[in-house]
Design a protein around this ligand. Structure first.
Ligand SMILES: [Zn+2]
Length: 420
């Protein structure tokens, strides 16, 4: 009955009397996903569907489109040519036949919380049950293959719980996890697929644990045959001393050679000019002119370039992290070799991404070769367990399987422009 009434009327008439609608969770695992925040936050959004809402000063129901705009001292709601003032925040949830609402034409399960930020901007957070969150991630992060999808479901769930409870890197932004490659790519209901449904359902509540807690489930596109030690990837960061993130061979990375659009990810080649490198360094405030010499000063134990001296026409500088080397040369990974050419440099390398933890192409190759998702997880993360019920249930150790270490002979493929 509440849902049948017009949103605007209720928002205007009812004073907010309790916060009951917000408490909830009821023991369920939820994750707060930041859809809009910071400098890219919009000034107004459109929420549509059949739902109800609770604002700082009122509550109500709606059917159709609701526009929320950030005013100078509060959010303003517009519905069917009527306006109401909401205060600093409003939260919407679905009450109709579908368990979701649309936000600017993207469909999300769970609740949407809009909050006023400074300077006429708003943040929007999707408060969603963690299984529903994982359903909206897997297809964006992994290829469609049975065990590979289960692997991705478990690590996406583990990663979200780790970020929410341990790393808390977005807490100061007002949520747990963002929707881009910075955390994990989440697309809501539009990203759900039948094979993903099956993978998420079959692994419901399962997460990878080390000594009882969620692991930092680092993953990347392709290790180029050998994963990287966590302490060598991000020297000086808080991400260290994780004994489960140690180098392992990943022979199935070569399988990327057969993936359309990703064939360059395993073994690649790129040509780069001294001017391109110089321009990139200049943008970072380190002007050395055009690069004339690239001197590898130090490699990590797995062959990634850690220290690179760049000599230019106006000076020189030294890069001291694999991630910096990758960014300066604009290469898919830092596992590379450099050769001077007449017009600049030829760089030949292996893999794509930081190389720590699970290689997604390697996992796909193992999945296609018949390994189970538990075996694949046990191969890339060492000394860990798979624990049910979000770490509260039964644990079983994940032991690495025997893996055929023969790597296929491949020739480097040119990296397409703009891809690295
Ligand atoms: Zn993030």
């Amino acid at each position: 009955m509440f849902a049948r009434m017009r949103f605007i009327a209720l928002f205007a008439l009812l004073a907010m009397c309790c916060m009951g609608a917000l408490a909830d969770a009821g023991g369920k695992q939820t994750v707060e996903v930041g859809l809009y925040y910071g400098s890219t936050a919009p000034q107004s959004v459109v929420v549509s569907g059949v739902g109800a809402g609770q604002a700082e000063r009122s509550k109500g129901a709606f059917d159709g489109e609701v526009r929320v705009t950030a005013g100078s001292d509060g959010l303003i709601l517009e519905h069917k040519e009527k306006r109401a003032s909401l205060g600093r925040w409003v939260e919407f949830w679905p009450t109709g036949d579908h368990p979701w609402l649309n936000l600017n034409d993207v469909t999300y399960r769970g609740r949407l919380r809009v909050e006023l930020q400074r300077r006429h901007r708003m943040s929007v957070v999707n408060m969603v049950e963690i299984e529903d969150y994982v359903r909206g991630v897997v297809a964006n992060e992994m290829f469609a293959d049975g065990a590979a999808c289960k692997v991705q479901a478990v690590i996406s769930r583990t990663f979200a719980i780790y970020v929410r409870e341990v790393e808390r890197k977005h807490r100061s932004d007002g949520f747990d996890i963002c929707t881009t490659g910075h955390c994990q790519v989440y697309g809501g209901v539009d990203s759900e697929r039948p094979l993903v449904e099956e993978a998420v359902g079959a692994t419901r509540g399962e997460m990878v644990t080390y000594r009882g807690g969620p692991i930092f489930a680092a993953y990347h596109a392709n290790a180029g045959g050998l994963t990287q030690h966590v302490d060598e990837a991000w020297p000086g960061s808080v991400r260290k001393n994780f004994p489960y993130l140690q180098p392992v061979e990943s022979p199935y990375d070569a399988a990327a050679g057969g993936l359309r659009g990703y064939d360059w990810c395993y073994h690649w080649r790129r040509e780069i000019t001294g001017k391109e490198i110089g321009d990139r360094l200049r943008a970072w405030g380190r002007d050395v002119g055009d690069a004339t010499e690239l001197l590898v000063k130090e490699k990590t134990a797995t062959g990634r370039v850690r220290q690179l001296e760049i000599v230019g026409t106006r000076g020189h500088t030294r890069l001291r992290r694999p991630s910096e080397v990758r960014a300066a040369l604009h290469t898919p990974s830092s596992r590379l070799e450099i050769r001077g050419t007449r017009s600049g440099f030829e760089v030949i390398g292996w893999g794509r991404g930081h190389g720590v933890g699970l290689s997604q192409h390697g996992a796909l190759g193992m999945s296609k070769a018949g390994y189970t998702y538990e075996q694949i997880l046990g191969h890339f993360y060492r000394g860990v367990a798979l624990t049910s019920d979000y770490g509260r249930g039964r644990s079983r150790p994940l032991t690495p399987p025997e893996v055929n270490m023969g790597i296929a002979e491949t020739r480097p493929v040119d990296v397409p422009p703009g891809r690295s």
